[in-house]
Design a protein around this ligand. Structure first.
Ligand code: BGP
Length: 468
């Protein structure tokens, strides 16, 4: 079977991780510009000042994407380029940059899929409370409207937020992302709610503009599975899925937070400050979501947590590998002997993607979905100057097979975006952990080079995945 004609084969990036040009052409400072320079926060002190210089090399990069046959490029817009202080004046140079980038995609027939928020928040807003302050939600809606009006004639696919769970958890529970706050569940749940009302208002505004494109949000998709059949571990997995999936997906797709979590938040005093009006906004916005984006890297194998201990909030503990207790100490994620893991300890489990998609279909029906990120973080083998990233090919191949199977079962998946189109800055792992189809030589002027996976993905796209 070939993939259906309306299925998009894409790849993704994010502004802070590729652009560089951190202080050029009127861009304002962001939370990450500041945070990444605090000693010890990132791997070997890496930051996105230059990143892979996509800001200056986007033409060369998009030409390579076209050569690969890429059908869609998912990129993010840096809010601080568009509105440098978050909610004040518009920076025309910022608009110009994304106009050029979008036009360059269209020149080759590449569908531009834009994310409005991939974690780089204008610093002025962060200093005023960031996502804890509803000023940020309002500012986001204004910024989103500026983008819809400037780019919406050509961008027909919009993602409001990337992975709310990650920037809120790492921002307010582990302190590994800005604003670097640790162990503050009250703030964590407040930040999520403030993001969701911003999302809801932005999609309502988008629909009013009648640009006839589609809009949705992207969430991490990390379904939890019990390590065995013991009732206490099954309960732990249920708890994990309520807090990590239902808490995020329900308010978007059903317009209501899940009862199970709500009840516990109330008992613990963690219920966000919200108004009836905001809860109503979530309800009325829910049916307007055109799709949900899933970033799938790994599932979680969980068991009941029976070791009462203080969490250690190190950078290493925040880079995604299992082995930690949940913030509320109810369950623990574990590595299992019979599973396979990447060099960074992330489970490789294409079968769990398929199983997870079935769970989503059961809970949320036929909502349209895109895999907006999936990929292998690796230190790629270089043999005689060639980047032979065979493990990446195997990884993506296995996951695309799962996607194909899902489509055969009638799951409404309309695209797959590999993370990432080009090697880029990993937030906490620097440049050592690579994901791209295109290699960037940090020892030689950031020169680009095609990896083995580049040629492989090109072929997959050409034959629309028939031989997968
Ligand atoms: C996702 C983010 C991406 C990217 C990816 C890989 O959570 O949306 O921006 O960083 O994970 O993560 P890492 O670089 O930590 O391996």
């Amino acid at each position: 079977m070939k993939f259906p004609n309306d299925f998009l084969f894409g790849a993704a990036s994010a502004s802070y991780q590729v652009e560089g040009a951190w202080n050029e052409d009127g861009k304002g400072l962001t939370n990450w510009d500041e945070f990444s320079k605090i000693p010890g926060k990132t791997f070997e002190g890496t930051n996105g000042d230059v990143a892979v210089d996509h800001y200056h090399r986007y033409k060369e990069d998009i030409k390579l994407m076209a050569e690969m046959g890429l059908e869609s490029y998912r990129f993010s817009i840096s809010w601080a380029r568009i509105i440098p202080d978050g909610d004040g004046e518009i920076n025309e140079k910022g608009i110009e940059f994304y106009n050029n980038l979008i036009d360059e995609c269209l020149k080759y027939g590449i569908v531009p899929f834009a994310t409005l928020y991939h974690w780089d928040l204008p610093l002025t807003l962060e200093k005023d409370g960031g996502w804890i302050n509803k000023r940020t939600s309002k500012a986001f809606v204004k910024y989103a409207n500026v983008c819809f009006k400037a780019f919406g004639d050509r961008v027909k696919n919009w993602i409001t937020f990337n992975e709310t769970v990650v920037f809120c958890r790492l921002g307010y529970l582990t302190g590994a992302h800005p604003p670097g706050i640790e162990n503050d569940p009250k703030k964590y749940f407040q930040a999520i709610h403030n993001v969701f009302i911003a999302h809801a208002q932005a999609i309502k505004d988008y629909k009013k503009l009648k640009q006839f494109g589609e809009i949705g949000i992207t969430h991490v998709f990390g379904p939890a599975f019990s390590i065995d059949d013991k009732p206490e571990n099954k309960e732990a997995a249920y708890h994990a899925n309520q807090y990590e999936i239902a808490w995020y997906y329900d308010p978007i797709l059903k317009g209501e937070y899940p009862e199970y979590v709500l009840k516990q938040l109330e008992e613990k005093g963690w219920t966000p400050d919200w108004t009836e009006e905001e809860l109503e906004l979530l309800k009325t916005a829910a049916p307007l979501n055109d799709f949900i984006g899933l970033n799938y890297y790994q599932p979680f194998r969980v068991k009941k947590n029976d070791i009462a201990e203080e969490q250690e909030n190190s950078r290493e503990n925040s880079t995604g590998a299992p082995g930690n207790a949940s913030f509320d100490n109810v369950y623990r994620t574990v590595m299992m002997d019979d599973k396979k893991y990447t060099k960074w300890g992330w489970e490789i489990a294409p079968d769990a993607l398929l199983e997870g998609l079935r769970m989503l279909k059961a809970d949320y029906g036929d909502v349209k979905m895109y895999i907006t990120e999936n990929g292998l973080g690796d230190q790629d083998p270089i043999i005689e100057g060639e980047i032979v990233d065979i493990p990446r090919i195997k990884f993506i191949e296995a996951h695309l097979k799962a996607v194909k199977e899902a489509i055969k079962e009638g799951i409404n998946l309309k695209g797959y975006y590999a993370w990432s189109v080009i090697d880029l800055l990993s937030w906490l792992n620097g440049y050592k952990k690579q994901y791209g189809f295109i290699y960037v030589d940090h020892n030689d002027n950031l020169n680009r080079k095609k990896k083995a996976s580049f040629y492989w993905y090109k072929q997959v796209i050409e034959e629309r995945g028939e031989s997968l």
